[in-house]
Ligand binder design. Structure first.
Ligand code: PBG
Length: 328
């Protein structure tokens, strides 16, 4: 037998494998989502997301300090509000003294150099648990967009570098861009959740924010998992409307979409390694099915390999530690 082509030769030693590795992951590409809750010294566990907590603003500052010491400098903020503060129009979302704007200001004051992303959507504030205004069982697009535009200005005023609409309403990126520009925030960026799918993998997040829809599902605004070309349409529209970065979400069941989007846009592409993807690895490790660290590393590299420039992940700190200990 004469075998001339032996791919194994390039895998023979750790040094060789390191030399020919095609994909890198830098800590600066990781974004840590943070769940906020009001109060002081509050640390509330989330049963489906071991290791992740709702934190009051004072503890958020500690968490940010810890992240920064590990090299993670980008944060995405989500507020968890009591039911009593929610209503049909998500009015609390426009309160400049609300939990999210207040926390943004606190972080901005102490950590002027970090990048703060704020989530723009109605669901944390909606008594219906939907990302928009509900009337007669329908999610009303244009009325919602007006609120989202105002909410974005509130976040920009409070110090957000980037606002991040995760609602999937039509035309919201353009409306947000216009509202920001009119208020003098032409330098505030927009990272659009462009291709966000109606997914079963958001369950733990909805537990974290207590934000599950009170009726129905989100399929009239979030995308159908059978569709790929539709993602390109969404990306194209968001680009035209002025998005600075686009996102695919979730990540793991959508690696093909990340790859497709990457080959069609010149904007930075983000991917959201969502709560269910995190929870499954944690649960799988606890059940002895997989090795947690190796599964985390493989997962995050696969998202990079698919083409994501930026990865939102609850593993951000754990991965940052791994990168620090394994930097070649
Ligand atoms: C809603 C929103 C969701 C997530 C981020 N923003 C959930 C949803 O659409 O119901 C999910 C994030 C995650 O699962 O980690 N605006």
């Amino acid at each position: 037998m004469r075998i001339t082509q032996r791919p194994r030769r390039n895998r023979a030693t750790a040094a060789l494998r390191e030399m020919v590795a095609e994909t890198d992951l830098r800590v600066s590409q990781l974004v840590l989502p943070l769940f906020l809750v009001s109060g002081k010294n509050e640390r509330q566990g989330i049963s489906s997301m071991p290791g992740i907590y709702r934190l009051s603003p004072d503890l958020i500052l500690e968490e940010v300090a810890k992240a920064v010491s590990l090299g993670v400098k980008t944060f995405d903020l989500f507020p968890a509000l009591p039911e009593a503060m929610k209503d049909q129009f998500g009015k609390e979302s426009l309160n400049p003294q609300g939990l999210l704007p207040t926390t943004l200001r606190m972080i901005r004051d102490k950590f002027p150099d970090v990048t703060l992303i704020s989530d723009v959507a109605l669901d944390p504030y909606s008594s219906d648990g939907h990302d928009g205004v509900v009337r007669d069982g329908k999610i009303i697009n244009d009325e919602t967009v007006e609120i989202l535009a105002k909410m974005s200005v509130v976040h920009a005023e409070a110090g957000a570098d980037i606002v991040s609409p995760s609602d999937m309403m039509d035309g919201r990126v353009g409306a947000i861009r216009e509202a920001l520009d009119q208020s003098g925030f032409e330098n505030t960026g927009i990272l659009s959740y462009s291709a966000k799918y109606a997914s079963s993998f958001y369950g733990p997040f909805r537990e974290a924010l207590d934000s599950a829809p009170k009726f129905g599902d989100k399929k009239t605004y979030q995308m159908d998992f059978r569709n790929a070309r539709e993602a390109l349409r969404e990306i194209e529209l968001d680009e035209l409307e002025g998005a600075d970065m686009v996102m695919v979400k979730p990540a793991l069941s959508y690696l093909d979409i990340i790859s497709l989007v990457k080959s069609h846009t010149n904007l930075p592409v983000a991917a959201y390694n969502v709560s269910g993807e995190y929870g499954l690895i944690k649960a799988g490790a606890k059940a002895g099915i997989i090795d947690e660290t190796r599964a985390m590393v493989e997962t995050l590299y696969s998202i990079r390999r698919a083409g994501a420039d930026i990865i939102f992940t609850y593993f951000a700190l754990q991965m940052a530690e791994w990168l620090r200990n394994n930097q070649k």
